[in-house]
Write a protein that binds this ligand. Structure first.
Ligand SMILES: *[C@@H]1O[C@H](CO)[C@@H](O)[C@H](O)[C@H]1NC(C)=O
Ligand SMILES: *[C@@H]1O[C@H](CO)[C@@H](O)[C@H](O)[C@H]1NC(C)=O
Ligand SMILES: *[C@@H]1O[C@H](CO)[C@@H](O)[C@H](O)[C@H]1NC(C)=O
Ligand SMILES: *[C@@H]1O[C@H](CO)[C@@H](O)[C@H](O)[C@H]1NC(C)=O
Ligand SMILES: *[C@@H]1O[C@H](CO)[C@@H](O)[C@H](O)[C@H]1NC(C)=O
Ligand SMILES: *[C@@H]1O[C@H](CO)[C@@H](O)[C@H](O)[C@H]1NC(C)=O
Ligand SMILES: *[C@@H]1O[C@H](CO)[C@@H](O)[C@H](O)[C@H]1NC(C)=O
Ligand SMILES: *[C@@H]1O[C@H](CO)[C@@H](O)[C@H](O)[C@H]1NC(C)=O
Ligand SMILES: *[C@@H]1O[C@H](CO)[C@@H](O)[C@H](O)[C@H]1NC(C)=O
Length: 645
């Protein structure tokens, strides 16, 4: 936009109605005086600011980040940001821009990130190009742009992120794409545009970090158009509300003509899936086939030896062997979660995956009466196994012997039947994280955690101890290396004072949502500097002798306990005032008794616990009676003495 165009605009408006312009001038509010001149980071969204002039923000000369989301900005005048040489991020999202002066962005020498999402832009000519030579990311989503052709003088050379999602781009010509050639290794997003045509050669010899054509109805257009390009991450997924064409083997032959490292095809349908479909997938390192309605992967897929990461979540397998894992011998990461059918693990279906490090089988309805040595044989390099949210699993001794390198095991929300005399986790020497939350385990089994010399993080949330008590001899004696222990919602009502004796390295213990009273605090005696969560228990009175135990912790959460705010608890109430900085969520630390103080925050309570009037009354009566008794006794004694003279 040339400045003279703006004059014409103004002139037209002025002649149309002077009043409109005066009232508009009044609407143009200044930024509040309370904002200090030193402000560098300003989120100023949702203020009413229809025009931005050179004086609007001129006071804040050190601004680096300015967010003006939904300020109803229509006009951005000449030199609007001239006093902001440091400005690096400008967010204009959600403003119905009518006019942006050509010199509007003069000033910010180092503008790196410009957000023009939902601003009604229909052409890239609208963006003042001058002075944008350092621009790294340009966000243009949800506008009416139909051509990606940048004006000749637009400096695209430093662009790393260019986001055109949800615009009206249907055709990419060579000329359009040529304007992007100076940018190398771009993240380019055309999600939600439905590209219907690409001129042959448009992407020739271009290299991208990521390219997103999400929601395209006909992917053969894309594959055809990307000839001879190099793409690290190609996102071609679709969405439930889009009826995209089925994918077939012919489309994928074009993949042989480009270089792609990682590809996502989520929610597509394949027709005639066979081993030839994957003929040109041989260079892929990552493949995401989430929700691709797959019942199996064909056997006989050849050459996919580069594939490291495979995502097969939310499909329709019934048996793990249906993925024909042997076709992907180099896999390090395999995710099959949320399968829509109950998944059977079978026997040794993954045994060719010698390099597998991470396996996610959560939310699959898996059950097995004797897990997991047969099913997971043999995964010598497996470090992380997620079997959470499945059906009941029976665990024998050394149930994970076939994956001796496990560091993380997540069994949360999977009911476990431990049929072991020793521990099912025996010999997992490297295991550091074990999530057994909501496994309906009998946590009174003191051998449960035997053989885990390096366990740091144990979650036992929602399991049960016999009679709600953690006795002196218990399962923690085996895991002295623990640092984080979660015992929330375990229905605990007491803990033996010596129950945690073996735990010398604790940093975090969560005992919240139980039924503990202050007598269990003695068990925490040897913890120092821990993050202690005692929220939502039954703690009423905390006697003076346990206060030192609390004092030696770093952070304490005591919220939602029925605390007593009478003089019986005065030691704690005094301690509380002196240690408020240790207590988290102190807004929820409230009195439950006496009734007159119920619901009052502890910080608002002031008690004076001297002797009360009633006390004084009884004391006087007592002294009076004692005196009377003494006089009577003396009298009696004297009389007795005289009688015996
Ligand atoms: C702006 O930043 C410079 C350099 O840090 C400093 O010297 C100057 O006082 C700042 N000015 C304002 C108004 O904050
Ligand atoms: C802030 O900057 C304005 C304009 O540069 C100046 O008039 C004003 O005195 C400054 N205020 C303070 C508190 O320094
Ligand atoms: C692109 O074409 C050139 C020459 O035709 C060729 O050398 C290069 O390997 C091709 N690149 C890709 C990724 O196909
Ligand atoms: C699928 O395969 C069948 C039989 O092999 C063939 O008749 C049909 O044309 C194929 N369909 C497509 C879309 O390739
Ligand atoms: C295991 O899977 C569940 C459900 O998908 C997820 O919530 C959890 O974070 C995963 N565990 C790990 C350690 O990533
Ligand atoms: C189990 O615990 C681990 C470690 O805190 C966590 O990463 C994972 O998300 C948990 N699993 C579930 C299902 O919440
Ligand atoms: C406690 O931590 C220290 C230092 O990290 C470590 O040397 C020691 O072995 C740990 N104790 C146990 C019982 O694992
Ligand atoms: C907590 O313990 C008390 C007695 O110690 C008992 O009356 C109460 O029912 C218990 N509450 C819960 C939620 O278990
Ligand atoms: C304190 O515990 C309550 C109940 O578990 C929890 O909701 C809250 O987030 C905790 N606060 C902090 C700061 O940990």
């Amino acid at each position: 936009m040339a400045p003279d165009v703006s004059c014409i605009f103004l002139a037209v408006l002025l002649s149309a109605s002077c009043e409109v312009i005066t009232s508009a001038d009044q609407m143009c509010i200044e930024i509040p005086d309370t904002l200090p001149n030193t402000t560098e980071f300003l989120e100023f969204g949702f203020y009413f600011l229809p025009t931005i002039q050179d004086i609007t923000f001129s006071r804040l000369i050190n601004l680096t980040f300015l967010d003006l989301t939904r300020c109803q900005i229509n006009w951005i005048h000449e030199n609007a940001f001239q006093s902001h040489p440091q400005l690096s991020t400008l967010v204009l999202t959600g403003n119905p821009l009518i006019f942006v002066a050509e010199t509007a962005l003069n000033g910010p020498e180092s503008l790196k990130h410009l957000f023009l999402i939902q601003t009604g832009i229909s052409s890239l000519e609208f963006i003042p190009a001058y002075n944008l030579k350092n621009l790294e990311s340009l966000h243009l989503g949800s506008n009416y742009i139909s051509s990606v052709k940048f004006p000749k003088d637009f400096p695209t050379g430093n662009l790393k992120v260019l986001d055109f999602q949800n615009n009206a781009i249907h055709y990419l010509s060579r000329e359009d794409m040529d304007s992007l050639r100076p940018a190398t290794y771009l993240n380019l997003n055309f999600n939600g545009n439905d590209i219907k045509g690409i001129e042959p050669g448009a992407f020739k010899s271009m290299a991208f970090q990521s390219l997103n054509f999400g929601g395209t109805v006909d992917l053969s257009v894309i594959f055809g158009g990307l000839h001879n390009s190099t793409i690290q991450s190609l996102w071609l997924g679709t969405y439930e509300d889009i009826e995209s064409h089925h994918l077939n083997s012919a489309m994928f032959t074009e993949l042989c003509e480009m270089s792609v490292e990682s590809m996502n095809l989520q929610l597509h349908y394949f027709s005639n899936l066979s081993s030839t479909t994957f003929r040109c997938f041989t260079h892929l390192q990552e493949l995401d086939l989430t929700a691709c309605h797959l019942k199996e992967l064909p056997s006989g897929i050849k050459g996919m030896t580069s594939l490291k990461k495979l995502i097969l979540s939310v499909n329709k397998f019934t048996q793990l062997c249906q993925i024909n894992a042997a076709s992907f011998p180099s896999l390090t990461h395999l995710y099959i979660k949320g399968n829509t059918n109950k998944l059977e693990l079978g026997a040794g279906c993954l045994e060719k995956l010698e390099n597998l490090q991470k396996l996610d089988l959560s939310h699959n309805g898996i059950d097995a009466s004797d897990c997991c040595n047969l099913q997971l044989k043999t995964l010598p390099q497996l470090q992380s196994l997620n079997l959470s949210y499945n059906q009941p699993l029976g665990l024998q001794n050394e149930a994970f012997k076939v994956c001796p390198r496990l560091e993380l095991l997540d069994l949360a929300f999977t009911r476990l039947h431990v049929i072991a005399e020793q521990s099912p986790f025996q010999n997992l020497d490297l295991l550091q994280v074990l999530n057994l939350s909501h496994c309906l385990l009998d946590a009174s089994n003191e051998h449960l955690l035997a053989g885990l010399p390096n366990l740091r993080h144990l979650n036992l949330q929602g399991n049960h101890f016999k009679d709600g008590n953690i006795p002196k001899i218990n399962l923690f004696q085996m895991v002295g290396s623990l640092e984080i222990l979660v015992l929330s919602s375990c229905d605990l009502s007491s803990i033996d004072p010596e129950a945690f004796h073996s735990l010398g390295n604790m940093t975090y213990i969560d005992l919240s949502h139980n039924n503990l009273t202050s007598s269990s605090i003695n068990a925490l005696n040897q913890f120092k500097g821990t993050y202690l969560n005692l929220a939502a228990n039954s703690i009423r009175i905390i006697p003076p002798q346990v206060l030192p135990i609390l004092s030696q912790q770093k952070v304490i959460n005591l919220s939602h306990n029925p605390l007593d705010c009478t003089c019986s608890n005065i030691h704690f109430l005094t301690w509380y005032k002196e240690n408020v900085q240790k207590l988290k969520d102190f807004v929820e630390i409230r009195c439950a008794t006496p009734p007159s103080l119920q619901g009052v925050q502890l910080s608002d309570v002031t008690l004076s616990c001297g002797i009360t009037a009633v006390g004084i009354f009884f004391l006087i009566i007592f002294l009076f009676l004692s005196a009377a008794l003494l006089i009577y006794a003396v009298k009696f004694f004297l009389r007795w003495k005289y009688q015996h003279i």
